[in-house]
Structures are given as structure tokens and as C-alpha cells.
Design a protein around this ligand. Structure first.
Ligand code: BTN
Length: 318
């Protein structure tokens, strides 16, 4: 019922009388008052003026389904939202829901994480109410060996979404770090459930430092708030991320991967740079010359030989 009352108040930017709400939603005036109190406890600012009625003054910037769904306009991604106050990691929750059969496009989001996971076994700083911590469940018809492509697709989608909402120049550092002025703003983590020749589902985890204080972040990280000099709306950012993800995912299914690769290259801060990268195959230094069709990074070493890397941390060499 709270959801209905909020939708009702959002549709109407003036005052709505208790009598009108009560008639349309078929509940008593006392019932409305109880729900209004509950909504206020959730962070909605609702003015009540005698003889005029109720007016929604502001909504909380929480990643609640009713806020995310309002004006979202996607077909599949975010139609089902699982919302939590605090979880250890939305990756683990989404993986469990995926095993239990959650639909393609389901989104798991939380206000905070106590054991947020980053790439390469690192942790992801996830203070409550400050950043976006969300994981999406996709069920693509891809071979397990092609699933890495979805990470690049997500990087492109998050990059274009945040560029649009914040209007700042965001770049992608291979494979999927989003940087502003060489500082990390957001990251993507992909986990896979697969059989030998079939992907069961993929969980794409997205973390964005929206209003996270710099004092809590690692030294070479930033937040939208720090870049913009004002707080940004987490709801608006996540809505745009979901829209861009759906657009890119549809494109992948209709046209294949080449458009995503092209866009990734346009956003890349890595290509053309002299870099060093270390993984279990050892260390390579050279020029990052291209992105392979499977998402691998092609590096031309000083002997002219081109090698490919599928994982690791890129360090620019100056
Ligand atoms: C990286 O290291 O760049 C990847 C960071 C991914 C963080 C997100 S936050 C939501 C989801 N839940 C997690 O525990 N990690 C991902």
C-alpha cells in the first residue's frame, strides 16, 4: 500500500486530500495516516497541510525497488529487484538467487556491504548509503569461454550511464575499471555458473563510489561527489546504468559483440599506452595495442612480438 500511496503522490505535484486518496485506494483516512507515518520513517518527506492534504516534498536516495522502478522503463533488467539494507556481498546473494532460479534481469542491491568483493581477491569499500552496490543476474546463450565479454559490455554500459548522469569524462582501464582523471570511480566483477558447454547464469556486480567519502577509499580512488563538488543521486545513477546495460545487452544479442568492442575502444584509457601487466604467466611490458574479440589485451613487447593477456592489473609505465 505504501508503494501505491507514493506513486499516487508522485503523479500529483500539488496537494492530494486524504479524502481523495482514501476514495481511490479504498482505505480509511486513519489507514492512510499510518502508511504516511511509515513512509516518513523510510525517509520520505511528506507535508500535511490542514484542508489541503498531503504533498510529497522529497524522496530518500535509497535503492529501494519503488524508487528504482519509478520511470525506469526497461523491459527486463530491473523488472525484478531484491533490495537489502546490508548484506555481506550482493554477489553472494545474487549467486544464491541465480541457483534458485531467479529470472534473467533480476537485480540485487544493498545499501551497504560488510564484505564487498573486488577483483583479484581484493575488498570493495561499501559504506552504507554512500555508493551503489548492485549485482545483476543474466542468462545469456553464450559459451562459458565467451562470458568474459559481458564484463566489457558492463564496463561500456556503466561508463556511458555515468558520463550521461554526471557529465564528466570517464575512461575504461582494461579490463573494467572506470577512471576519472586516472582515479578509480567504479569497478565491475563477474561471476559465472556454467556447465562445460553452457552458461547457466552470470552475475555482474557493479560498485560505484557515488557519495563515498574519500577518506574511506583507497588512495587512487575517487567518487562522483568529489568530482562534481556536490552529492549525486544514487537512484538516478543506478537507473541509467540499468537502462544502458539493457540497451547494450540487446545489442549483443542482435548484432553480436563488435559494436560493444568498438565502443569499449573509444572509452579506453589503456590502448596506446605503455604498460606493465603481471599475472600467473609472468610480467609483460610494452604498448597496449588492441583489444581482442574475446576481450583479451594485446601487448606489443620491445621485440615487436605481440602477446595476449586475459587477466591481471595494468600499470601505466611513464
Ligand atoms: C573491482 O575490483 O573493480 C570490482 C568491484 C566490484 C564491486 C561490486 S559492489 C557490488 C558487487 N558486490 C560485491 O561484493 N562486489 C561487487
Amino acid at each position: 500500500m505504501e508503494e501505491k500511496i507514493i506513486q499516487f503522490l508522485k503523479k500529483n505535484d500539488g496537494h492530494l486530500s486524504g479524502e481523495e486518496i482514501s476514495r481511490q485506494l479504498k482505505i480509511s483516512r486513519a489507514g492512510i495516516w499510518k502508511h504516511i507515518q511509515e513512509l516518513r520513517r523510510e525517509g520520505y518527506e511528506i507535508a500535511a497541510v490542514p484542508h489541503l492534504g498531503y504533498r510529497l516534498v522529497s524522496s530518500p536516495d535509497k535503492l529501494m525497488p519503488r524508487e528504482l522502478r519509478h520511470g525506469l522503463g526497461t523491459r527486463s533488467i530491473g523488472r525484478e529487484i531484491f533490495y537489502y539494507d546490508t548484506v555481506p556481498s550482493t554477489m553472494d546473494t545474487a549467486f544464491r538467487l541465480g541457483m534458485e532460479g531467479a529470472k534473467e534481469g533480476s537485480v540485487v542491491c544493498a545499501e551497504g556491504q560488510t564484505r564487498g568483493k573486488g577483483r583479484l581477491g581484493r575488498n570493495w569499500v561499501s559504506p552504507k548509503g554512500k555508493g551503489i552496490y548492485a549485482s545483476m543476474i543474466l542468462r545469456p546463450s553464450l559459451l562459458p569461454s565467451d562470458a568474459a565479454r559481458l564484463t566489457l559490455l558492463a564496463a561500456v554500459a556503466v561508463c556511458e550511464a555515468l558520463r550521461k548522469v554526471a557529465g564528466i569524462d570517464i575512461k575504461i582501464k582494461w579490463p573494467n575499471d572506470l577512471l576519472v582523471r586516472d582515479r578509480k570511480l567504479a569497478g565491475i566483477l563477474t561471476e559465472l555458473s556454467a556447465e562445460t558447454d553452457r552458461v547457466r547464469f552470470v552475475v555482474i556486480g557493479i560498485g560505484v563510489n557515488v557519495n563515498t567519502p574519500l577518506s574511506l577509499l583507497p588512495s587512487r580512488a575517487t567518487s562522483l561527489k568529489a568530482e562534481l563538488g556536490r552529492s549525486a543521486s544514487r537512484v538516478e545513477c543506478l537507473q541509467e546504468i540499468l537502462r544502458c546495460l539493457e540497451k547494450r545487452y540487446d545489442q549483443l544479442n542482435e548484432e553480436g559483440f563488435s559494436t560493444v568492442i568498438r565502443q569499449w575502444k573509444e572509452f579506453s584509457s589503456t590502448l596506446g599506452q605503455r604498460i606493465r601487466i603481471a599475472d600467473r604467466l609472468g610480467e609483460v611490458e610494452g604498448e597496449a595495442v588492441d583489444l581482442d574479440q574475446d576481450g583479451g589485451l594485446l601487448i606489443r613487447g620491445d621485440t615487436g612480438i605481440i602477446v595476449k593477456r586475459m587477466s591481471g592489473d595494468v600499470v601505466p609505465v611513464v
